[in-house]
Design a protein around this ligand. Structure first.
Ligand SMILES: C[S@@+](CC[C@H](N)C(=O)[O-])C[C@H]1O[C@@H](n2cnc3c(N)ncnc32)[C@H](O)[C@@H]1O
Length: 247
């Protein structure tokens, strides 16, 4: 999988992605990343990437041509079949685990556009971008953080990225539920003890307990997720058991 980020701050993207899981995945060549500065595709001596909005109003808008040329170069730099251009925008569809896991399956070059200022010329979105994705219903100053979030979240789903393959499969949202709680050493603290069952060594019982906790905490913290999830009869039973236990 190859990622491109079109950004006025390419160093910020390259630097941040070089840490932790994404950094390792780049080192291992499971993913690759390039950052492209629209300023390198300007044609005037001031290297102008933005201009005032037509119709007046505050702020500046990123110009069509430097962005379009940056995308063109990013596209032609890779010999990939399934390319997708995504503009990070507060007006896009909100990113979730399902959206990101479809990318893992149907895209091999993901070109992420990080806007700045008031955003980008609408004609760029209409003619060059395939989709608009949002971090949520709030506005931040630039799309770089969004691009980095997408790169991180997609990368950790790819084979051989995480130390343990099951790690991403168990994560919250991967199966429509929040993940079960975790405990580590020491076994006893003044603040409470590790649940007995986790010390039992009985893997079937531990699995059952974890499924019950995942269902229970989803019900407690994010009941909206359960509206979209079809529970099996066993899961129904475990959730009812959880509800009785917390009453
Ligand atoms: C200050 S914002 C522009 C917001 C724009 N004027 C609006 O109200 O829709 C600058 C850039 O930050 C990024 N951005 C801001 N909020 C975002 C969000 N919730 N999700 C994704 N990107 C966002 C976008 O790339 C955007 O072009």
């Amino acid at each position: 999988m190859h990622f491109d980020v079109i950004s006025l701050f390419p160093e910020m993207v390259m630097q941040a992605a070089s840490y932790g899981v994404t950094g390792k995945a780049i080192e291992k060549k499971i993913v690759s990343l390039s950052a492209w500065n629209p300023r390198d595709y300007t044609t005037d001596k001031h290297r102008t990437v933005d201009a005032k909005p037509y119709g007046g109003g505050p702020g500046m808008v990123m110009k069509y041509q430097p962005l379009a040329d940056a995308v063109k170069n990013a596209k032609s730099s890779q010999d990939c079949k399934n390319k997708k251009v995504v503009y990070l925008s507060p007006q896009g569809k909100v990113i979730n685990q399902h959206l990101l896991s479809t990318i893992k399956h149907d895209t091999d070059q993901l070109i992420l556009i990080a806007g700045r200022y008031e955003g980008v010329d609408e004609r760029f979105i209409e003619t060059i971008c395939d989709e608009e994705w949002s971090l949520g219903d709030y506005v931040i100053s630039g799309g770089e953080l969004g691009a980095l979030i997408v790169i991180d979240a997609v990368t950790r789903l790819l084979p051989d990225v995480l130390g343990d393959e099951d790690s991403a499969k168990q994560d919250s949202y991967s199966d429509g539920l929040l993940e079960f709680p975790h405990y580590t050493r020491p076994e006893k603290l003044d603040q409470g003890n590790v649940p007995e069952i986790l010390l039992s060594g009985n893997h079937a019982k531990i699995e059952r307990w974890r499924t019950k906790q995942a269902l229970g905490r989803t019900w407690k913290k994010r009941s909206d997720l359960l509206e979209h999830k079809k529970l099996t009869a066993i899961e129904h039973g475990l959730l009812e058991e959880f509800k009785l236990e917390v009453q």
